[in-house]
Write a protein that binds this ligand. Structure first.
Ligand SMILES: NC(=O)c1ccc[n+]([C@@H]2O[C@H](COP(=O)([O-])OP(=O)(O)OC[C@H]3O[C@@H](n4cnc5c(N)ncnc54)[C@H](OP(=O)(O)O)[C@@H]3O)[C@@H](O)[C@H]2O)c1
Length: 253
């Protein structure tokens, strides 16, 4: 199935590994050119070379921190110069601080600040700068990666739920503001998708017992959902959240 996005340019944030990297590769497999944005220069450059070689698309690595306005400005300047502007924005972010705790045990203001800046402020900075560039082109896709915890809060995960709910609100507002301009805005909400950092953080053998499909998720499964939302076919889907979590969320909708 040709998703109709070959030749477009996607900015993928927080993509030196894990889900962001999987999304970048999935888009590249559709012929989408990439601007990769994260802080780890060596990993980003190595990924860019490999993706470019494997999928024959242009890949520009941009080293920077999503929480920095200057770094976001640098990202935009490079994308404008190299590609004339973006068509797709995949808004992935870093994780909340570890270890996870109950909200009332979160008494360290620095952890709240870190959780806010990494997940919500970073998303605000990038989304408000890049989305108008999609509107200018009259076609665009914004997809934010949040967490299934926005639908069903998980114990000890307040510093994720609270700020990712903020990202969900941010995306819904922007979706409404740009709906008539050819730009769709959605979120994808993962849980229990195996990445290196998830394996380092949790006892996954225990977690799998709570997943109805009976297994953990694969990054490619999350990435395929994002890629479909980025496609020409998803033009009538906006302002919504799609869960990729093996049936773990117990709510009706
Ligand atoms: N895996 C799951 O099942 C799951 C479930 C719920 C939510 N999530 C969320 O989905 C996101 C991706 O998950 P993951 O498992 O792939 O996480 P991960 O392996 O920890 O990857 C996070 C990525 O974010 C980048 N990053 C962190 N802070 C950044 C910053 N300030 N500016 C730019 N890039 C930054 C990291 O690269 P650098 O260090 O190079 O910057 C890394 O590439 C996370 O926010 C995670 O909390 C994942």
């Amino acid at each position: 199935m040709d998703l109709g996005i070959a030749g477009k340019l996607a900015i993928v944030t927080a993509c030196s590994g894990g889900l962001g990297d999987a999304v970048a590769r999935s888009l590249a497999a559709e012929g989408v050119h990439l601007a990769l944005f994260a802080r780890s220069e060596a990993r980003l450059r190595a990924n860019a070379v490999e993706i470019q070689r494997r999928y024959n698309v242009r890949v520009v690595p941009v080293v920077g921190d999503m929480r920095s306005r200057d770094d976001v400005e640098n990202l935009v300047a490079i994308v404008e110069r190299e590609f004339g502007g973006p068509d797709i924005l995949v808004l992935n972010t870093g994780r909340p601080p570890l270890p996870t705790r109950d909200v009332l045990e979160e008494t360290d203001d620095d952890r709240w600040e870190q959780a806010y800046r990494t997940q919500l402020w970073a998303a605000i900075l990038v989304a408000r700068r890049v989305t108008p560039l999609l509107v200018r082109r009259g076609w665009g896709r914004v997809i934010a990666i949040t967490s299934a915890s926005v639908k069903q809060p998980m114990p000890n995960h307040g510093l994720s739920t609270i700020f990712r709910a903020g990202v969900t609100g941010l995306m819904k507002h922007i979706a409404n503001e740009v709906a008539s301009k050819g730009v769709t805005v959605n979120t994808v909400c993962p849980a229990s998708i195996v990445t290196d950092s998830l394996e380092r953080t949790y006892d996954l053998s225990e977690r799998v017992k709570h997943i109805p499909v009976g297994r953990l998720g694969r990054p490619e499964e999350l990435a395929a959902t994002v890629t479909f939302l980025a496609s020409e076919y998803a033009g009538f889907i906006t302002g919504t959240s799609i869960h990729v979590e093996g049936g773990m969320v117990a709510s009706l909708l």
